[in-house]
Design a protein around this ligand. Sequence first.
Ligand SMILES: NC(=O)c1ccc[n+]([C@@H]2O[C@H](COP(=O)([O-])OP(=O)(O)OC[C@H]3O[C@@H](n4cnc5c(N)ncnc54)[C@H](OP(=O)(O)O)[C@@H]3O)[C@@H](O)[C@H]2O)c1
Length: 357
Amino acid sequence: MEMTHNVGEAQLFAPFCSLAKGPNNGEKEPQVRSIFVTEYGGPEALEMRNVPAPEPGAYDVRVRVVASGVNYADIMQRNGLYPGGPKPPFGAGFEASGVIEKVGDGVGGWKAGDAVACFCDSGYSEYVVAKAAQLLAKPPQLNFQQAAAIPCQYLTAYHALCTLGKLAEGQTVLIHAAAGGLGTMMVQIAKNRGAQVIGACGADEKCSLVAGLGCDYPVNYRREDLPARVREILRGAGCDLVVESVGGDMTARALRCLKPRGMLVTLGAASKQPAMISSVELLAHNWIVAGFHLFAYTEDTNAMMQAVQSLHQWLEEDKLTVIVNHALPLEEAARVHEMVENRQTTGKVVLTTGYQP
Ligand SMILES: NC(=O)c1ccc[n+]([C@@H]2O[C@H](COP(=O)([O-])OP(=O)(O)OC[C@H]3O[C@@H](n4cnc5c(N)ncnc54)[C@H](OP(=O)(O)O)[C@@H]3O)[C@@H](O)[C@H]2O)c1
């Protein structure tokens, strides 16, 4: 699989910021359907537009999309809450799977007809342009809807747990939003690393889902006091690692689930509130707090090789699956955003274009 990562720091949010430009105005290209964010706000700010198919530049490919990945970051961008995010109007989404339809100048190793998953601009579209160097070949074990989860959620799960968190056999990890797209990946990866997993979920059905994925201790944190339950499970001890994505007062509660010198990885703010952490509490317990954003890790070639190798190994050994519980047509983007924002989804959420290779 070819995957190089040459995105500089200044381009950290480039895949998001450049969405504002939208597809180009090439006259000969067919019109394609694409979802735009017309203004910051609720799901009603999403609008279907007909735009010219985006033209691949040098070292780019054009992909005919089968499935567009929906990520919580899309919700944050639509709300105007994403740090460094695009300004409306911009094309929604940044991840897709499909088939290469056109190859730009200078592209080697990829050809029309190849099945891929990619980061891209305007991901909620029938066609997207992606950098050839950042394409991922669709693993044969996954269908296109599942493959749409690889660029963002699989890579985030892997790098947060393994590259940054260095999760090792016998350690204990607490995973927030464990039944979500990212969470279901993390539960499985943590088990594959030989860790003990506590999965925090907002509903009993979500707890059942993660138990089915091997989560040792699902906890409905809306019914139980999370730090108290964790201490009970670990007989008074704390976790080696906590991956937290809710923000607000949940971050402080998550910290209290750590052992001394344990690490909390903060990678999201689904509550739309900043994390409240006391520095005094940190030093008193030797707790480590680390921020995580995926695009700093996609630049790390060695880490990416390990992530991709592990993906293939786990898929071959049948130790990883991508749960797609919600696949709706592109025109349902607003409804899908509402469902994700209202915590009504589990596993990966995708929008489908209707194209079936
Ligand atoms: N930093 C990065 O590079 C990076 C990359 C990917 C994802 N993320 C972050 O990771 C998190 C998960 O992403 P995802 O796309 O897989 O989404 P998701 O987990 O499928 O959906 C979000 C989940 O967050 C939980 N949640 C808790 N409080 C919430 C609130 N007030 N409003 C809405 N949801 C709330 C809900 O689960 P419960 O009901 O179980 O609580 C909800 O289902 C997001 O915060 C996202 O921004 C960060």
